[in-house]
Write a protein that binds this ligand. Sequence first.
Ligand SMILES: NC(=O)c1ccc[n+]([C@@H]2O[C@H](COP(=O)([O-])OP(=O)(O)OC[C@H]3O[C@@H](n4cnc5c(N)ncnc54)[C@H](O)[C@@H]3O)[C@@H](O)[C@H]2O)c1
Length: 454
Amino acid sequence: MEPLVELEAQPNRGVTAGDCTVHFYVGKVDWMSVIEAVLIGAGQRGRDAFGGFALRNPNELKFVAVAEPNDARRKRFGDEHQIPKERRYSSYEELLAEPQMAPLCFIATLDAMHLPVTRLAFKQGYHLFLEKPMADTPEGCVEIARLGRKAGRMIQICHPLRYTPFYSAVKRKLNEGAIGRLVSLTMAENVGYWHYSHSYVRGNWSRVEDTGPLILTKCCHDMDLASWLVGSKAEAVASFGGQTCFIEENAPEGATKRCLDGCLVEAECPFSALAIYLKDKTDWPVSAISTDSSLEGRRKALEIGPYGRCVYHCDNTAVDHQVVTAQFSNGVSFDFAVRANSFHCYRTIRALGVEGELNGHMEHSEFTITRFSPGWGMDERIEVQRVPASLEGHSGGDSEVIRNFLRCYRESDFDSIQESLDIAVEGHLLAFAAEEARRQKQTIALDQYRSRFI
Ligand SMILES: NC(=O)c1ccc[n+]([C@@H]2O[C@H](COP(=O)([O-])OP(=O)(O)OC[C@H]3O[C@@H](n4cnc5c(N)ncnc54)[C@H](O)[C@@H]3O)[C@@H](O)[C@H]2O)c1
């Protein structure tokens, strides 16, 4: 289906086909004009990553409506983007009950809401920019991809790492054959002790039952990168790991349920909420605890909210360490580890090929390529790629993944969006299968696993 793009909205004209209603926008794309979008969920990502991009790049993207139930967040986003009062909605249901207001819809609600929001947004004719994970079940991910195809609409999953200078350069080098045919890929994600405790012990992704397993909520990026870099589908996966750090038994003597309750070990605890959230720093992760960033506002949030809880007395169920091994159908073997217990937050990669090896550290924005050569140690050729460490989110990936979506929309490049989506779905299925493998202590055959959902 040819996408029709906007100049003049005629939202009352539309067609309904099956469960999809498409409202037509009539006109031609003005290549120089700003592209308009609506935002669902003005939380951390909606405001910082998506809203931030629009504010920094007013000639590229403009938000014209927002749906957000939190009054303070809705007002803040509405004011920052000069959205008229009548286009500030309290829920996605309200916004998406209105005729289509812009060609694009950015979705940054929490994970479990992605599928219902997506269903409605496609019905209203939007092209979607959807936060990862696509959905909190494998069925949901497959359904989202199917709905997009049926609606003839684009869907870009927010996997920013693929678009960082670092991973783009790694991919380019592998494609150019810098290490010959790829044989094995090793990757690690070291979450960082404070980041892990913020998001996966106290925060939004601490309870698998409410959101999804860590291998999905944190590492669908890594599963996506692996699928993208290897360039084929996974055949089999095994996984091990568990929850051994942030549990009641590990609570030091004298630890209270909340850090502000007179905890006897607060001053020496690396996870003290006072030390993390009540200092001078007010950007993320501190900004996640309250829209009131004053000391008083933050203190109140710690007294009553989830981020003031002792890390050993939470209701968390996410694992704090996990390893995954997989075999891809082109013969590449893959091993991956995610760990809470690291000082810094960083990812590493090691790719071994028949002619050499690549070793990289994303946060250092650097990798080396060492080619095998005769007379070992004599003629070894080392190529070091330094890519600029960007100050923007996800080492520059946040902006570039949005730019890619805007470009695809402008150029009606359905093919590359679809190719990208297919890889994203594979990465998500690999994550879900890895979790099933870990829970069942069994190797999962991906062909059989996929056939349950596709
Ligand atoms: N791509 C990445 O690297 C990356 C990084 C962090 C988070 N994420 C993902 O981004 C998404 C959002 O995460 P976040 O940290 O911004 O969470 P958040 O809780 O800060 O934001 C979610 C927002 O959705 C709003 N919301 C709830 N119900 C709603 C409704 N009915 N209609 C509209 N809005 C509603 C909430 O009030 C909240 O403001 C999650 O899916 C998360 O997994 C992605």
